[in-house]
Design a protein around this ligand. Structure first.
Ligand code: FUC
Length: 385
C-alpha cells in the first residue's frame, strides 16, 4: 500500500513539478535557473534524478556536488537529508566548501603535503595546518565538471560528471581524467561510481563529502543518530590528524561502532586521546571485508525520529566519519537551515588518509594503463509504521 502511494505521488510529481514547490509528498525541487551560470568559462547547472518511488537527487557540476537528496521517511513524507544551499551563488561564497562535493585528488590528509613515488618527491599545496587536505585549496570541490545526463546499463537515471585534473594541479603529478557517475536505483539507492586514468604515475583517492542529517533538518543535531560501522580497527593519528601508520583495534574504545550507538553517547569522552585530537569523531575506520576490494556493508545510520535508515556499501578499505564539530551555525542553507554544531555527518568511503606515506596501508598509486574505480552506494530504507 505504502509503495503504491509513493508511486502515485511520484507520478504526480513528474507530471507537475518542474520547479519549486511541494509536489504532494514533501519533495521541494530547487529551481535549475538559480544554478545556471558560467564559471572558468564552463557552463554550470543543476541536474535532477528521480526514481519511480519519488526519491530525488539534485546535483550540480560545480564540484560534482550533491545539492539535495529527498528520501521517504516512515510517515510517508519525504525529507531532504543533505545540508547545502539553494543557489550557486551561495556555494561560491560558502565558508564550508566541503558540503556535498567529490573531494580529491586525494580525499582527507597527506602529512606535510609530501609523498615520494618511484623515487620522485612531490610537494602538494598546504591548506590544513602544515598538511594537505581534500586535494588542496583548489581541489575537485571548486572545479567545474562536464556533466552528461545518461542511463546506467540497468536502465537507471544517471548523471556522469568528468574532469581533467592537469599535471601539476595542486602539486600532483600526471594528467588525471576522472568521471564520477551518480545514479538512482529503483530501491532507493544513490550510487556513486568513480573511474580515473592517468598519463603518468600519480596517487588518487576521491570521495563524496556530503553532510547527512536523517532528521531532514539541521534544527536537530545528528547526535541522536544510531551509527554502526562494520570495522574492528581504525588508523590513529597525531594531533594534526595525520595517521601514525598503526591500525589499532576499536574494541573497548568510544570508536567501537560494531553494534549501534548514538553518535552523541560517547563523543564527549575526550580523555580518550583520539577523541581529543578530533574534537569528537573525525577518524578513519579500517573496514572489515570478507576480501579486499569487494563491495560490502560498511556502515548504517538510523534516526528514530524519522525512521530513516541509511546503509553504505562500498568496495573501499576505509571510512572517514566526521561528526560536524566544525559547524558553528553561521552559514544559512536551504529552507533557512543553519550549519549548526554537529548537525551533519560525513561518511566518506575512501582509502586510508596519508596512504602514500605508509607502505602497510592499501596503495593509492595509479599508473598509466590502469583504471582506478570505486563503487559506493548510499541506500535508504524506512521503518514500517
Ligand atoms: C573531514 C575531516 C576534516 C575536515 C573536513 C571538513 O573529512 O577529516 O577534519 O574538517 O572533513
Amino acid at each position: 500500500m505504502k509503495r503504491y502511494l509513493f508511486l502515485m505521488a511520484a507520478t504526480a510529481c513528474m507530471l507537475s513539478c518542474a520547479g519549486n514547490g511541494d509536489s504532494g509528498n514533501g519533495v521541494e525541487l530547487l529551481d535549475a535557473a538559480v544554478f545556471r551560470t558560467e564559471i572558468d568559462g564552463k557552463p554550470v547547472g543543476l541536474y535532477t534524478l528521480q526514481n519511480a518511488d519519488g526519491m530525488t537527487v539534485q546535483l550540480t557540476n560545480y564540484g560534482a556536488r550533491v545539492v539535495a537528496l529527498w528520501v521517504p521517511a516512515a510517515d510517508g513524507r519525504f525529507r531532504d537529508v543533505v545540508w547545502g544551499y539553494d543557489s550557486i551563488d551561495a556555494y561560491l561564497r560558502t565558508a564550508d566548501k566541503y558540503c556535498g562535493p567529490v573531494v580529491g585528488r586525494f580525499g582527507n590528509r597527506i602529512g606535510k603535503g609530501r609523498f615520494t613515488l618511484d623515487g620522485k618527491e612531490s610537494q602538494l599545496t598546504i591548506n590544513n595546518g602544515e598538511n594537505h587536505l581534500h586535494g588542496g585549496p583548489g581541489g575537485f570541490e571548486c572545479r567545474v565538471w562536464d556533466a552528461r545526463e545518461t542511463t546506467t546499463p540497468e536502465g537507471n537515471p544517471a548523471v556522469a560528471m568528468s574532469y581533467r585534473s592537469a599535471n601539476g594541479e595542486e602539486g600532483y603529478p600526471g594528467n588525471l581524467d576522472i568521471t564520477v557517475t551518480y545514479s538512482l536505483t529503483p530501491d532507493n539507492g544513490l550510487v556513486i561510481d568513480y573511474e580515473a586514468t592517468t598519463d603518468a604515475p600519480t596517487i588518487v583517492n576521491p570521495t563524496s563529502h556530503v553532510y547527512y542529517n536523517l532528521h531532514g533538518t539541521t534544527e536537530h543535531s545528528t547526535d541522536s543518530h544510531l551509527l554502526t560501522i562494520h570495522a574492528s580497527g581504525f588508523t590513529p593519528t597525531d594531533a594534526g590528524l595525520i595517521p601514525t601508520g598503526e591500525i589499532l583495534p576499536v574494541e573497548g574504545t568510544p570508536l567501537d561502532f560494531r553494534t549501534p550507538h548514538a553518535i552523541g553517547e560517547r563523543i564527549g569522552q575526550t580523555d580518550y586521546e583520539p577523541l581529543a585530537f578530533g574534537n569528537g569523531y573525525d577518524h578513519n575506520w579500517a573496514l572489515d571485508k570478507p576480501e579486499a576490494g569487494t563491495v560490502s556493508l560498511a556502515a548504517e545510520a538510523y534516526e528514530p525520529a524519522t525512521g530513516i535508515r541509511m546503509k553504505i556499501y562500498t568496495d573501499q578499505p576505509g571510512l572517514q566519519f566526521y561528526a560536524g564539530q566544525g559547524m558553528d551555525g553561521k552559514e544559512v542553507g536551504k529552507r533557512g537551515d543553519r550549519h549548526n554544531f554537529r548537525s551533519g555527518i560525513a561518511l566518506e568511503t575512501q582509502n586510508f588518509p596519508d596512504a602514500p606515506n605508509h607502505d602497510n596501508f592499501p596503495s593509492s598509486v595509479l599508473r598509466p594503463g590502469e583504471t582506478y574505480t570505486q563503487h559506493t552506494v548510499y541506500a535508504f530504507e524506512t521503518d514500517e509504521q
